[in-house]
Design a protein around this ligand. Structure first.
Ligand SMILES: Nc1nc2c(ncn2[C@@H]2O[C@H](COP(=O)(O)OP(=O)(O)OP(=O)(O)O)[C@@H](O)[C@H]2O)c(=O)[nH]1
Ligand SMILES: [Mg+2]
Length: 333
């Protein structure tokens, strides 16, 4: 299924049912009073965040959502049936805004969270309600109120604690596989990952945390190179970034160049993202020569802390998870 993170939809709440105009007709009661019932209320349109959905894919095919109208009132003071609410399931992390004004109406961040986005119209009052001492035979009733109609923009921004980012082929997907039960595709060519993956990391140092693996970044990503910066929005809400570097690709002459290039792309996309705390990790330490590359990196880095791992062999993963867990426990992030 394609990863879709934007959609525009129209939602229409149900109209209220008409109030009824009716008079009692019974034998031996020649002038029965008014007995028209009220119309039922229109159904609401409700958005519900669910962990079962990962993308806004469904909205490519269905863009119009209508809740049920309320039924008209009836004689004998019978109130019309209320229209049924319409519940629209969306993935956790969906930001709902008014497509016309751009105003953010709701950010659905938790599984099971719901929000009434369009209110159904109230049912009209039947003529029974308009009877007064001086006006005993009201021949009118209220129409139902119309339900709200809105054009909505849906924007998905995944919710994860930690984002893994780096060049294509750095081993990001291998790492998320090593840390969690997520099993994204891993392959020896750039741009294997075409959409973000989420994984839950359970560990003995505290609460589980959620990691996101996004498609690789390259130099010039901010101008649209590679897959561009399109997916960076999915690590905007993380608290911590893992900056993954392929040790085998470290240039001995300029060991920090690739690390700096990624940070430049981040900063061009958003200062906010560039300011997030990073844990720098050198991967593929099992490859011959990686230890030399790590030493050069260390000398050039001048005190910048980093960890070394082999995501493929599983070495250093526990230490990385522990470092992340302890960092997430700190109050400053
Ligand atoms: N030797 C070795 N190879 C690794 C290690 N981690 C990943 N690889 C290999 O590196 C290649 C790329 O790994 P991926 O996990 O797909 O890399 P990625 O960063 O997700 O790549 P994109 O999705 O294209 O951005 C694969 O062939 C992996 O098997 C490692 O620790 N050691
Ligand atoms: Mg990948």
């Amino acid at each position: 299924m394609k990863f879709i993170d934007e959609a525009t939809v129209v939602v229409q709440a149900g109209n209220g049912g008409r109030g009824c105009v009716s008079f009692r007709r019974e034998r031996f009661i020649p002038k029965g009073g008014p007995d028209g019932g009220d119309g039922g209320n229109g159904g609401d349109v409700i958005m519900a965040a669910t962990a079962h959905k990962r993308t806004l894919y469904d909205f490519r095919f269905r863009k119009h959502f209508e809740a049920q109208n309320g039924a008209a009132g009836q004689s004998s003071r019978k109130t019309g049936r209320d229209g049924e609410d319409l519940i629209i399931p969306v993935p956790v992390g969906t930001i709902v805004s008014n497509a016309e004004t751009g105003e953010i109406l709701k950010d659905l961040t938790a599984d099971g969270e719901t929000f009434t986005i369009a209110k159904g119209g109230r049912g009209g009052q039947g003529n029974t309600r308009f009877k007064t001492a001086t006006h005993r035979t009201p021949r009118f009733a209220q129409p139902g109120e119309p339900g709200e109609t809105l054009t909505l923009k849906l924007d998905l921004k995944l919710i994860a604690d930690v984002g893994i980012m780096g060049f294509p082929n750095a081993g990001k997907s291998t790492l998320i596989s090593a840390m969690s039960s997520a099993r994204p595709k891993v392959a020896d060519y750039p741009f294997t990952t075409l959409s973000p993956n989420l994984g839950v990391v359970k560990h003995p140092w505290g609460e589980p945390f959620v990691v996101a693996d996004i498609p690789g970044l390259i130099e010039g990503a901010h101008t649209g190179a590679g897959l561009g910066i399109r997916f960076l929005r999915h690590i905007e809400r993380t608290r911590l970034l893992v900056h993954l570097i392929d040790a085998a690709a470290v240039d001995p002459d300029t060991p920090l160049s690739r690390h700096a290039a990624i940070n430049r792309e981040l900063a061009r996309y958003s200062e906010h993202l560039a300011a997030k705390p990073q844990i720098v990790v050198l991967n593929k330490m099992d490859i011959a020569g990686a230890d030399v590359a790590a030493e050069l990196f260390q000398m050039a880095a001048g005190g910048l802390p980093f960890l070394t791992i082999s995501a493929a062999a599983g070495t250093g993963i526990d230490r990385l998870i522990k470092t992340i867990a302890l960092r997430l426990n700190q109050p400053d992030i």
